[in-house]
Write a protein that binds this ligand. Sequence first.
Ligand SMILES: *Cc1c(COP(=O)(O)O)cnc(C)c1O
Length: 361
Amino acid sequence: MISYLDLRGINEPFVGCAERAARSGWYLKGDYTRRFEQAYADYTGVRHCVGCGNGFDALALIFRAYVGMGVMGPGDEVIVPANTYIASILAVTDNGLVPVLVEPDADTLQIDDRRMEQAVTARTRAVLLVHLYGRCAYTPLIGDFCRRHRLRLVEDNAQAHGCRFEGRPTGSLGDAAGHSFYPTKNLGALGDAGAVTTDDAELARTVEALGNYGSSAKYVFDHAGRNSRMDEIQAAVLLEKLKYLDGWNRRRQEIADLYINKVENPFIRIPVSARPSVWHVFPVFCAQRDALQAYLRANGVETQVHYPIPPHRQRCYAAMNGLSLPVTERLHAEELSIPCHQLLTSDEVERIADLLNRFVP
Ligand SMILES: *Cc1c(COP(=O)(O)O)cnc(C)c1O
């Protein structure tokens, strides 16, 4: 069986880092976290990085901080891609903000920058860009659009650590970015962890305080905050793993190139658009997606679906259930993620490509 992701294999070399942190006697807001925050800020090319508990909190704390800073308030609107992992949208609604869903482009798979203008109202305050599947969602048109309408540009960089747009890392392209280090991500911890990156010192200070009960100094509380901190064990592992991230992403690119060059089947569409990508997911699209998944499983290849039900069709968002978003619905119905990670051998990739070529619905 070729597994979708071999987390045990990926993490084995880093168990020693976790052990060292466990033996240090200091578990939160210590040296490893400070060092990781500095290293990740440098890596991302921004002034500030604040560790927090997970990727959802990173995004939710950015919006919470903007509300606290008076930049936006309950009822204000945030433009979001309709095709995303639901955490992106939950981070908006968690703060009483209103998500305005915009369809993706079927080729780039990212928010369609030509449709954003129609989504603007007097209450629009921000755009939340999601670099879905590890593919850069930013375009110069989106940058101009945000400047013209004076909107904050927030990036959901959970899936795109190390991706670059014209040399600039995702996570530094807007006003602030939320990062997830959930174990399956390109840069993954041994549990939950996340971070906010920004050049905005006030935002960084506010996020840091909000994630530590709203505390600005020991036992002094300026905000009604919550508890969302990166722990030292995760920081130690992430600090070490960061050194390997670019190499791992290069290997993902080689694997993606193999798939792109080898897979040729009229029933399977592969993502060829020229968006920069770190291939968090290698998605293929097939009208007979479930049959393709069963066929690959029967032939020893494990796959996943990202994601079977789009956010606007989830029961938690009943008010959006009636929206018609055909591009999103089709992508969610046809998407299948095939294995694409640094431990795959080229033989395995070729075997998967051969199987894809021989699929007949
Ligand atoms: C994983 C993910 C998140 C949430 O991160 P967690 O660390 O699991 O909270 C948010 N957005 C996207 C696009 C993700 O893939």
